[in-house]
Design a protein around this ligand. Structure first.
Ligand SMILES: *Cc1c(COP(=O)(O)O)cnc(C)c1O
Length: 491
C-alpha cells in the first residue's frame, strides 16, 4: 500500500486554475440582475481550483488507498464479501431492466414480471420453500417481515380457536446475529436467549426447558455465526414444532449450503436470504440489498402483497385475492436491480455451479482453519462450514495483544482484516470467511501473514500493538471517528 499522504483538494487549489473551458458569459450584467434577486447573486464561490488532470489523479489516488474486493482479499466473516462477476452488473444495467417503470402497467412489464416470477421459483427450488416474497430490502428487513407473518399466523390460530394463547416468545441462541433480537423486539415479541453448548450447537436441554405454550418460534442461523452446522437440527425442529412454535432460518450463511442441504427439508418454516451476500451484489457502505423471505404452505397466505402471478402465458400483479396478507413492506417489488443480478448469477452458475461454489467455500475455510489452528486458539475444534472463528486468547494472555492489534497488523501486510469481536461468545474472536472465489495462493498468503504476526507477538510485540505502520494514517480512535466525525474543511 502506498504510504504517501495526500493533500486535501482545497490545499492543492491554485487561484485562477480551472478544469473546464466555457464560452464567455454573454448575458449582460443588468439582465442577470433582472432575472435573479440581488441577494441571491454570488460573486465568490469557495471551491478548489485545479486542472482536470489534477482532479482525476487526486481522486484516483484516494480510491487506491482503500480496500475493496476488486483490489484485496476481504475475509470479513458473516458478510460473505465474495467476488461478484462484473457481467451481472452489465445485465442489471440493460435498458429493458433499468428503464422499466413500476407504474407502466402489467402489459408493459411482462419481461420484468416474468423474471420476478421465475426468480421466486428458483429460490423455492434452491431452498425448498413453497413461496417467496422478494420485497424486503435487506436481511434485517426480511427478519422483520417474517416475524410479522409469524405473528399474524399465531393471531389467526387464536381467532379460529386452534390455539388458546397469543404466543409471544421467540427463542434465539447466543451465537445469533444482533439483528435477530432487534427484529424480535420491533415486532413486539420477547427474545429469550439460549446458551450454546461446548460444540457450538444450541443446547438442547436448555431448549427443552425454555419451550412452552408461549413459544412463538425459534430463530436459527445454520451454519451459525461460529461457522458450525448444528448437529441436532432435526431434534431442535421437533422440539419447537411439538411446542406449537415455528422455525425461522436466518439464511445469511446460505453460502455454505447451496445444492447441499435445503432449510425447508431440515424443518424450517420460514427463512430470509441475503442476495447481497450469497447471490452476487456488492455490499457494504449501506448500498442497496435484498432479503427475500421464503415460507411453507402454512405461512403463504400471510406473504406481503402485491404478488406476481402467472395466468396462462401472461404475468400480472395481484393484491386483493390475498386477504390474509400482512400488506406491503416495500414500495413496488423491492430492489429490482439486486434481484436481476442474483437471477443472472443463478442462471450462469446453474445447479452444479451453485453446489460447487458452496463446496469450495467450505473447503477453503477448513483449509485455512487447519493451517492457523496451532498458532491461534480455536474455540470449537471441529470441521467448519464456510467460515470459522479463531481467537487471540493466547496472545492476550501471554503478551497483552488483542484481536484488534492483530487486525491492524494485517493491514500492514496488505490484507483487509477479518471480522473481530463477533460472535461475542468467543473472547478476542477473529471470524474468517474466505469464500469460494479465492485461489490457494491467496489463502496461503493470508495464513502466512497471520502466522508471521503470531511470531511477531513473541519476537516484537510492540510492532503488533502499535500497528498499522504502513498506512496513510496510523491507529485512530475508532469510537471518536464513528461518533464525532469531523468532515469539514476549514482553512
Ligand atoms: C448479515 C446478517 C444479517 C443481517 O442482514 P442485512 O442484510 O445486513 O440486514 C442477519 N444475520 C446474519 C447471520 C448475518 O450475517
Amino acid at each position: 500500500m502506498e504510504n504517501k499522504s495526500e493533500l486535501l483538494i482545497f490545499e492543492k487549489s491554485v487561484p485562477g486554475r480551472a478544469g473546464y473551458s466555457l464560452p464567455e458569459l454573454d448575458v449582460p450584467a443588468e439582465d442577470i440582475k433582472k432575472l435573479i434577486p440581488e441577494e441571491m447573486i454570488r460573486t465568490k464561490l469557495d471551491l478548489p481550483e485545479l486542472t482536470e488532470l489534477d482532479v482525476i489523479r487526486h481522486f484516483t489516488r484516494l480510491s487506491q488507498k482503500n480496500f475493496s474486493v476488486d483490489t484485496h482479499f476481504y475475509p470479513l466473516g458473516s458478510c460473505t464479501m465474495k467476488y461478484n462477476p462484473k457481467v451481472n452488473e452489465d445485465i442489471a444495467k440493460l435498458p429493458g431492466f433499468n428503464n422499466a417503470h413500476p407504474l407502466g402497467g402489467d402489459a408493459n412489464n411482462q419481461g420484468i414480471l416474468e423474471l420476478l416470477y421465475n426468480f421466486e421459483k428458483y429460490m423455492c427450488a434452491i431452498f425448498g420453500f413453497d413461496a417467496f416474497t422478494l420485497q424486503p430490502a435487506a436481511g434485517a428487513h426480511g427478519e422483520l417481515t417474517a416475524l410479522m407473518m409469524i405473528k399474524a399466523f399465531h393471531k389467526s390460530r387464536v381467532a379460529s380457536h386452534e390455539s388458546r394463547v397469543e404466543r409471544n416468545i421467540i427463542i434465539i441462541p447466543d451465537s445469533s446475529h444482533g439483528t435477530n433480537p432487534a427484529s424480535v423486539a420491533m415486532v413486539g415479541f420477547t427474545p429469550v436467549v439460549i446458551k450454546s453448548n461446548g460444540r457450538g450447537n444450541i443446547n438442547v436441554d436448555e431448549l427443552k426447558k425454555a419451550v412452552g405454550e408461549d413459544t412463538a418460534g425459534l430463530m436459527l442461523t445454520n451454519p451459525n455465526t461460529l461457522g458450525l452446522f448444528d448437529e441436532h437440527i432435526m431434534e431442535v425442529a421437533e422440539i419447537i414444532h411439538k411446542a406449537g412454535g415455528l422455525l425461522y432460518y436466518d439464511g445469511a450463511n446460505a453460502n455454505a449450503n447451496l445444492g447441499l442441504c435445503r432449510p425447508a427439508d431440515l424443518g424450517f418454516d420460514v427463512a430470509h436470504f441475503n442476495l447481497h451476500k450469497t447471490f452476487s451484489t456488492p455490499h457494504g457502505g449501506g448500498g442497496p440489498g435484498s432479503g427475500p423471505v421464503g415460507v411453507n404452505k402454512m405461512l403463504e397466505p400471510f406473504l406481503p402483497v402485491p404478488r406476481v402471478v402467472k395466468n396462462g402465458s401472461e404475468y400480472g400483479v395481484r393484491s386483493s385475492e390475498f386477504s390474509k396478507s400482512i400488506g406491503r413492506v416495500h414500495s413496488f417489488h423491492g430492489n429490482i436491480g439486486v434481484i436481476v443480478r442474483a437471477y443472472a448469477y443463478i442462471l450462469s452458475l446453474g445447479a452444479e455451479g451453485l453446489k460447487k461454489a458452496s463446496e469450495t467455500a467450505v473447503a477453503n475455510a477448513n483449509y485455512m482453519m487447519n493451517k492457523l489452528k496451532g498458532h491461534y486458539y480455536l474455540a470449537f475444534d471441529r470441521s467448519c462450514q464456510h467460515e470459522f472463528v479463531i481467537s487471540a486468547k493466547w496472545q492476550k494472555e501471554k503478551y497483552g495483544i488483542k484481536a484488534l492489534d492483530i487486525a491492524k497488523r494485517l493491514i500492514d501486510y496488505g490484507f483487509h482484516p477479518p471480522t473481530i469481536y463477533f460472535p461475542m461468545i468467543v473472547e478476542e474472536s477473529l471470524m474468517i470467511e474466505p469464500t469460494e472465489s479465492e485461489s490457494k495462493e491467496t489463502l496461503d498468503a493470508f495464513c502466512d501473514a497471520m502466522i508471521r504476526i503470531a511470531k511477531e507477538c513473541e519476537s516484537d510485540p510492540e510492532i503488533v500493538r502499535s500497528a498499522p505502520h504502513d498506512t496513510p494514517v496510523r491507529r485512530l480512535d475508532e469510537t471518536k471517528a464513528a461518533r464525532e466525525p469531523d468532515l469539514k474543511f476549514t482553512s
